[in-house]
Design a protein around this ligand. Structure first.
Ligand code: 8ID
Ligand code: ZN
Ligand code: ZN
Length: 351
């Protein structure tokens, strides 16, 4: 393929201070380093993490000014001289983990997301809310030719994350998994990965629209946290003794705390959602007597990425998306803040 023409400037959403105006404007197209790809981003999913990054509510500072976004799907248009294994025209995905040192103990063991020097798309590295973005060639996701780029975008963070979280729950086919925050971006994919992996799915979220989506995606038992008088009792009853595993993808400290109570004896609570400043409280007596595990799960590595994309390619997982223009990002954040996003929003960078 002949080298595509790369413009000097492009459309992006950029902010100069956390919580400050989200400006849809023209900025310069970045230049890839020797080890990087330049990707023409066609679509990007909007993850709740992007909202945390804009607000600045985590203990880790973002770069400023910042272009957010870390579920970018697009086409390779240029690359640095040290890049191996890619060619112009390949489809590529921008993940949360943009790059890592590849030399530390964590990288050595393929836990690159735990690298102290991890470079994060849409956080410490300008991300996918722009038409052209750079990504480390080692970490960028290989997307098979012919893939629908809008559909695949949410797999690049939400899909990888929930797939890895489900693995971390150590479940067996037929076990109950409770997904707390079941019908947001991560949850709606978790329902499908869990089903494909052979688990029985109980979902907790709020509202009729969310319940409808839960049923469409093949979930078995839905509990509306806004209607339930006792979430713990309801989960224990529906699962005949408690969920074998819990995937916490809500942005609620209270929801996380109750998951430590409705998890079954010997079960695993997986922490994924990151409400700012939250603590996970677990009653020590029941923690010990029920012998439960509480583990954190943070995105996934390159193998998790390949495997999560493979479930998608085989049609076992579909992204329940709504596509809007990149310029509408502020309105998406408003809805997300209220917990009102059903499934995932994907932005089209051409509008
Ligand atoms: O690697 C990681 N650990 C990782 C990766 C990606 C995202 C962590 N995250 C984090 C995000 O930063 C965010 O904190 O996971 C969280 C969820 O991301 P998301 O799925 O992108 O958010 P969303 O689409 O807004 O969905 C959240 C859902 O939680 C529900 C909401 O109704 C919404 O559907 N929810 C809330 I808020 N409170 C609830 C409650 N008390 C609840 N559901 C049940 N009970
Ligand atoms: Zn994300
Ligand atoms: Zn490292």
């Amino acid at each position: 393929m002949s080298a595509p023409t790369i413009p000097r400037t492009q459309k992006a959403v950029i902010f100069y201070e956390n919580g400050g105006p989200l400006q849809y404007t023209d900025i310069e197209v970045p230049k890839p380093k020797a080890t990087e790809l330049l990707i023409n981003v066609k679509y990007s999913g909007v993850c709740h993490t992007d909202l945390h990054a804009w607000k600045g509510d985590w203990p880790l500072p973002t770069k400023l000014p910042l272009v957010g976004g870390h579920e970018g799907a697009g086409v390779v248009v240029a690359m640095g001289e040290n890049v191996r294994g890619w060619k112009i025209g390949d489809l590529a995905g921008i993940k949360w983990l943009n790059g890592s040192c590849m030399a530390c103990e964590y990288c050595e063991k393929s836990n690159e997301s735990n690298c102290p020097e991890a470079d994060l798309s849409g956080y410490t590295h300008d991300g996918s809310f722009q038409q052209y973005a750079t990504a480390d060639a080692v970490q960028a996701a290989h997307i098979p030719a012919g893939t629908d780029l809008a559909q695949v975008a949410p797999i690049l963070c939400a899909g990888i994350t929930v797939y890895k979280a489900l693995k971390s729950a150590n479940l067996r086919a037929g076990d109950w998994v409770a997904i707390s925050g079941a019908c947001g971006g991560l949850g709606s994919l978790a329902i499908q990965y869990a089903t494909a992996m052979g688990y029985r799915v109980l979902g907790i979220d709020g509202g009729e629209e969310k319940e409808q989506l839960f049923r469409q995606l093949g979930g078995e038992v839905f509990i509306d946290f806004r209607k339930s008088k006792d979430i713990v009792a309801d989960v224990v009853k529906a699962t005949n003794g408690g969920a074998h595993g819990v995937i916490n993808v809500s942005v609620s400290e209270a929801a996380i705390e109750s998951s430590t109570e409705y998890v079954r004896s010997n079960g695993t609570v997986v922490l994924v959602g990151l409400p700012g400043g939250a603590k996970c409280k677990s009653d020590v007596f029941s923690h010990v007597v029920k012998s439960i595990s509480i583990v954190g799960s943070y995105v996934g590595n390159r193998a998790d990425t390949r495997e999560a994309l493979d479930f998608f390619a085989r049609g076992l997982v579909k992204s329940p998306i709504q596509v809007v223009g990149l310029s509408e990002l502020p309105q998406i954040y408003e809805k997300m803040e209220k917990g009102a996003v059903v499934g995932r929003y994907v932005v089209d960078t051409s509008m």
